[in-house]
Design a protein around this ligand. Structure first.
Ligand code: ADP
Length: 450
């Protein structure tokens, strides 16, 4: 029997969206973080190199100016400089002759093919140093990344007398930078793998927490079931065994009026047990989707009249007025006859059960394409909080007024499921201490999609 809900790991769409976002955003965030840092490092290195190159050019300017007339001295000075400062890969000096720049000295035979005339013109024209990153092989070695800085030379009076091209190697620093980049990438990949693994684990926790929630619910349902069964089973069973024992031990009773009374009590208790077993079986069938609905046209008036006739004895016993305001014209709905009967049997029987005095009325209201049926009583009613839980499985209102009334708390749950399976809706209005009104709405005639 499975009157307990099936365990299914239903992740709500909100939880799913959150997890997907976490799954996407964290790795993207990490990736961009590393990318921005590396880009920043690159930018800073270039900036530093350029500054360094400009500084060297300025220091050289003085020396070059002094020896510009002495070619051998200048060549010697520049060769010395290159030897002492390995980052300086080559130097090229231009001199102004007839308003044009002509090469004067170069420390590498290759500089002239590398030099950038546009950069030279810019530095000359703007009278300030300009730099550019290029790839060149200056000492017959493999191509390397260098900064080419062109800066004008001035004499003591500030007149431009020539131009210096300085080739500053960035290779060493780029090697370090490359290593840093590689290390950062390895760290990024490792972190990404860890984060993805953790996120997968997070899903696992997710499942466990949902499972835990479900198990708690199931545990509570089990407790509710045991509480209900122990009470509702015990009472009728005690009555049956007590009265049958009496009959067994006192044969004189068998002849008297008491026999009828005792048999009626035993019958009533067995009926209660039967109802309880039927309800539990119905819950099981609903949950396993094993119920078959035989949908045919039925006149609702006939169904309700037969329910009212059946309940009238119980109502009379309690001194209640039970009336059905039966319309003249037929009320045809497409439904399963037995299930529809059970819906109204539950509602009318509840109305009678929970109404100590007054009346129970059943009436209809016709809407455009649907039919509303009301079961109204002047009974104990219920609070708003109780109303909200009314259609839950095993829910019963426990109070001084209900403590002696038999019930399983399954009737309304089953009723609602039946109503919905037949394309209807059920609502309740109630005022504590004044009464309740249940309203069931079904489409008129149209064939439901079951
Ligand atoms: P039960 O077998 O206990 O009657 P139901 O599912 O039919 O189970 O009803 C659940 C609870 O709702 C009842 O225990 C009762 O407290 C409350 N209830 C149902 N119908 C009425 C009503 N007409 N008036 C007041 N309370 C009601």
């Amino acid at each position: 029997m499975s009157f307990l809900p099936k365990i299914s790991l239903n992740i709500t769409s909100q939880q799913l969206i959150y997890s997907i976002l976490v799954f996407i955003l964290i790795p993207i965030g990490l990736f961009f973080n590393t990318w921005f840092i590396l880009r920043g490092v690159d930018r800073d290195i270039d900036f530093e190199l350029r500054n360094k190159a400009l500084m060297i050019s300025q220091v050289m300017e003085l020396q070059i100016r002094d020896s510009i007339g002495d070619g051998a001295k200048l060549q010697n000075y520049l060769n010395q400089l290159i030897k002492n400062v390995p980052e300086v890969r080559a130097i090229e000096v231009f001199k102004v002759s007839s308003n044009d720049l002509s090469p004067l000295i170069s420390t590498s035979s290759l500089t002239q093919s590398v030099a950038d005339p546009a950069l030279n013109q810019l530095a000359w024209g703007q009278n300030q140093a300009y730099s550019k990153k290029i790839t060149a092989s200056l000492s017959h070695g493999p191509a390397e990344s260098v900064w080419l800085i062109a800066s004008p030379l001035h004499d003591q009076t500030g007149q431009k007398i020539g131009l210096v091209n300085l080739y500053l190697s960035a290779e060493e620093i780029y090697k370090i930078n490359k290593r840093t980049t590689q290390d950062s990438q390895y760290i990024l990949y490792a972190t990404l793998i860890i984060v993805v693994a953790m996120l997968l684990y997070h899903f696992h926790f997710f499942e466990i927490s949902i499972l835990f929630k479900r198990l708690t619910e199931i545990d509570k349902l089990k407790d509710d079931f045991v509480a209900m069964a122990s009470h509702e089973l015990k009472t009728p069973l005690t009555v049956i065994s007590g009265y049958s024992y009496l009959l067994m031990k006192n044969p004189t009773i068998l002849a008297g009026e008491q026999l009828k009374k005792y048999s009626a009590i035993i019958f009533e208790s067995s009926e209660r047990l039967k109802k309880m077993v039927e309800e539990i079986l119905d819950v099981s069938r609903i949950e396993q989707k094993r119920l078959i609905f035989n949908m045919v046209h039925n006149d609702l008036r006939a169904i309700i009249s037969s329910v009212v006739a059946e309940m009238s004895i119980e109502a009379q016993k309690k001194g209640l007025r039970l009336s059905y305001l039966r319309p003249d014209r037929p009320l045809i709905v497409v439904c399963d006859l037995l299930k529809m009967r059970l819906i109204f049997a539950n509602l009318v029987s509840n109305a009678v059960k929970y109404t100590p005095k007054g009346e129970v009325v059943i009436y209809h209201k016709m809407l455009n394409d649907s039919l509303q049926t009301f079961v109204k009583d002047s009974g104990i009613g219920m609070s708003q909080t109780e109303r909200a839980k009314l259609f839950s499985k095993f829910y019963r209102v426990y109070s001084e007024q209900t403590k002696d009334i038999f019930g399983t708390g399954l009737g309304l749950w089953i009723t609602k499921k039946f109503v919905e399976r037949m394309n209807g809706t059920i609502t309740v209005d109630s005022i504590e201490g004044q009464g309740s009104q249940f309203c069931v709405t079904f489409p008129l005639k149209s064939l439901p999609k079951v």
